[in-house]
Design a protein around this ligand. Structure first.
Ligand SMILES: *Cc1c(COP(=O)(O)O)cnc(C)c1O
Length: 361
């Protein structure tokens, strides 16, 4: 936490705005909108997962539809497809950013369309804060007229060609879960350029209440709005977002400067025009065995590290979904490791991690 969060929470209590609406909700939305820019309209919600659920609904996804989703991601990117009774179609990654491969994406669209199942939407993810290949993915989306949901849950503060992530897709989403770059303990947001889409998102998120003096409902509603208390925390967090991004980028630079010369370890570099918030610092090792040697060596010294995301096409829950794979995400899962990446790591911590990792290797 920064310096203002507790003061804003106190202000919410003092003014008795303890509800899923209030001045901090509006202020948080405006602050995020200004930060992301380009006319971003923001709806603050209870989670990133809720934002993806509403995004799919707003794009008209319903029972029996197919939705393309990046396979190399957290399960929350795809779970809302199942909430709607739709089927995910998983697409593997390219090597440059570890995100959805434009080539495979196009193949998936062509193949599924030939079967009479033209996908209704594409969920692309800026994983670990590294932007996906925005121009290429947007071009394919336009060519086949399939909207993109931009999962920016891990990428607040990242940018592509000097524009902030979050507003490249037809609808973008953010997460403020406890583990993200800034947090409201739990929370999320939906981003759009269309004020009417924002209004509709807020309508769905507040139980789809029709305009009437009594409680009148003609559509299914959800309880997905953000609490004003938590939005107070969010307003404080927005003040320190840029500091958090530099801290995370410094972690990454430290690891690369001190480990990058080792032949066994590879780091994901930023291609030209890509700027990552380096939410997590990841390394790629030559084999599963070496990855495990490092992970267990760190664990022995009480240092937690984690394998990269397990691709969704390998998850038991999604085993019956169609997939288009090229081996990239499976390799990353086997050989990759997320190093400690918190924005509160000090130089002593970082020295100890690097020392222990080298020893394990
Ligand atoms: C965290 C995360 C989500 C879900 O956000 P919640 O706020 O935890 O519901 C979605 N996608 C990705 C890639 C995430 O990392």
């Amino acid at each position: 936490m920064g310096e203002s969060e507790q003061q804003y929470v106190k202000e919410a209590f003092d003014t008795n705005w303890i509800a899923p609406l209030g001045p901090f909700v509006n202020r948080f939305e405006n602050t995020i909108g200004e930060y992301i820019g380009d006319g971003a309209q923001v709806a603050a919600l209870s989670s990133g997962t809720a934002a993806i659920h509403l995004a799919l609904k707003l794009l008209g996804v319903s029972h029996g539809d197919e939705v393309i989703c990046q396979s190399f991601t957290f399960s929350a990117s795809a779970n809302p497809i199942l909430y709607l009774g739709a089927t995910p179609v998983f697409v593997d990654s390219e090597n440059l950013t570890w995100n959805i491969s434009p080539e495979l994406l196009e193949k998936a669209i062509v193949d599924r369309t030939a079967l009479g199942k033209k996908p209704k939407a594409i969920i692309a993810v800026h994983l670990y804060g590294m932007p996906y290949m925005v121009d290429e993915i947007t071009k394919i989306s336009k060519k086949y007229e399939i909207p993109v949901i931009e999962d920016s849950a891990e990428a607040l503060g990242s940018s592509y060609k000097n524009k902030k992530c979050g507003n490249f897709g037809d609808i973008g989403i953010l997460s403020f879960n406890g583990n993200k770059i800034i947090t409201t303990s739990g929370g999320g947001a939906l981003i759009t350029n269309d004020i009417n889409v924002k209004k509709k998102a807020v309508f769905f998120a507040t139980q789809s209440r029709d305009d009437a003096p009594h409680y009148q409902h003609s559509e299914v509603g959800f309880n997905y709005r953000m609490s004003n208390v938590l939005a107070g925390i969010g307003c404080g967090q927005m003040e320190v977002l840029d500091n958090r991004v530099s801290a995370r980028r410094n972690n990454f630079d430290f690891y690369r400067n001190n480990l990058g010369h080792l032949q066994e370890l590879k780091f994901l570099e930023e291609p030209n025009g890509f700027y990552s918030n380096r939410w997590l610092s990841c390394i790629l090792t030559p084999s599963f065995e070496i990855r495990e040697k490092i992970r267990l060596g760190l664990l022995e010294e009480d240092i937690e590290s984690r394998p990269l995301w397990k691709p969704l096409h390998l998850q038991p829950i999604f085993k019956n979904s169609p997939n288009f794979t090229n081996g990239t995400s499976e390799e990353l899962f086997e050989r990759g490791l997320c190093l400690p990446s918190g924005s509160n790591l000090n130089s002593e911590d970082l020295d100890r991690i690097v020392y222990t990792l080298k020893k394990a290797l």
